[in-house]
Design a protein around this ligand. Structure first.
Ligand SMILES: [Zn+2]
Ligand SMILES: [Zn+2]
Length: 96
């Protein structure tokens, strides 16, 4: 009687190009879950992360981590964007 052990081939951790990456600014670790890499995901689960990307989206301005208000911008940047729009509209009107 020969014992035939089925060898369980361990799948090599191939880095799948999902296009996803950690949402923490400056972090380039491989994506794990909840918009975070393994390192930050662990931190998030432990409640050590201040920003919880899964809860809400943050301002799309690169250096801004405030909560999104509208159009992917925080209140501050959204107001600035609205103002700049108004300015442009006024300019367009003046030119016409
Ligand atoms: Zn990370
Ligand atoms: Zn902002």
């Amino acid at each position: 009687m020969a014992e035939t052990k089925t060898k369980t081939k361990k799948k090599a951790p191939t880095a799948k190009a999902t296009g996803k990456s950690c949402t923490i600014a400056g972090c380039k670790r491989a994506y794990r879950a909840k918009g975070l890499c393994f390192f930050h995901f662990k931190k998030w689960r432990a409640g050590e992360l201040e920003a919880k990307p899964a809860r809400y989206k943050t301002c799309s301005k690169p250096d801004c981590k405030k909560k999104v208000q509208e159009h992917g911008l925080c209140k501050e940047h959204f107001e600035a964007w609205k103002k700049s729009r108004k300015k442009n509209a006024a300019k367009a009107e003046a030119a016409a």
